[in-house]
Design a protein around this ligand. Structure first.
Ligand code: FES
Length: 286
């Protein structure tokens, strides 16, 4: 509608409302005036940055958007993905084109989180912000121990050299080297090759896999994010197990990392056997 036409119609409407004594409509008009007038007076006086003037300009999309707000809006586009993986993304600071962020939640301490930051977040910021130069991932802030424990506490210790001369091999030690107690966890032919599933073994969650009809078992926990997130749902392809949370990749037989972080902790391997087609896993951790 043309400006002049709108002014005429508004004047007519106000006249009608006043004549009819429509109190709610008149209150609405008074409030609109109260909200607009101080800002308009400041703008007329050239005081564009005063709070009311800024608020009024923002209402009509006429205020410059600051870089922090722009960065927050860009990060909002990638937050749902991070949150769907149990993490959270905090914007810490924007300065001279450098956006400093911090990953928290399940991403805290996960080496793959850093990769997520470098790739996904940087890509999004570069796409959205023409002033963007660099993203900096800050270290997670130290947190109080929340008392949460890994699903299974397993320790690997060197095998004594005297036992059979294989000094470099590793022995899985559970608690005080208790004799493994094997527990039935179903039949091998119920776990098709190339698949995995989580099973409960005396209260411990264990991930069992079938690779070419050879079964393997690991504690159902990814060590990458402080050992708090389950591996269940990991993709198993060509002997590689990829964690569903942040895509850390492990050798599905040895449990060792096979991505670009080879020094990071391996999966905890558990003894597994097949007897008469029945899978048996030992996970006695205490
Ligand atoms: S929890 Fe981050 S890759 Fe597994």
């Amino acid at each position: 509608m043309e400006f002049d036409q709108a002014v005429t119609q508004l004047a007519t409407l106000v006249e009608t409302l006043e004549r009819d004594g429509d109190e709610r409509a008149l209150l609405l008009l008074a409030l609109v005036d109260d909200v607009h007038r101080p800002g308009i007076e400041q703008i007329v006086a050239g005081e564009f940055e005063r709070p009311e003037a800024l608020a009024l300009r923002s209402m009509y999309g006429l205020a410059p958007v600051d870089q922090t707000t722009e960065a927050e809006e860009a990060l909002d586009e990638i937050r749902p993905y991070i949150e769907s993986h149990g993490g959270a993304l905090e914007l810490v600071e924007v300065r001279d084109g450098v956006v400093s962020v911090r990953m928290t939640g399940s991403c805290n301490g996960c080496a793959a989180s850093a990769m997520t930051l470098r790739r996904g977040i940087e890509e999004k910021l570069r796409e959205r912000l023409d002033w963007f130069e660099e993203v900096v991932a800050l270290e997670p802030e130290p947190q109080d121990d929340d008392g949460s424990l890994p699903l299974l506490q397993i320790q690997q210790v060197p095998k004594p050299a005297a036992s059979n001369g294989a000094a470099d091999s590793q022995l899985l030690q559970i608690g005080k080297l208790k004799k493994p107690v094997f527990v039935d966890v179903g039949r091998l032919d119920e776990l098709p090759p190339g698949t995995s599933k989580a099973v409960d073994v005396d209260g411990n969650s264990v991930l069992i896999l079938n690779i070419d009809d050879e079964p393997y078992a690991f504690a159902n926990v990814c060590p990458a994010a402080g050992g708090r997130l389950p591996l269940e749902g990991a993709r198993l392809t060509d002997g590689v197990l990829v964690c569903p949370w942040h895509n850390c990749a492990y050798d599905a037989r040895s449990g060792k990392r096979v991505d670009d972080e080879p020094g990071e902790p391996a999966l905890a391997v558990l003894p597994i056997a097949v007897r008469d087609g029945v899978l048996k896993v030992a996970a006695n951790a205490s």
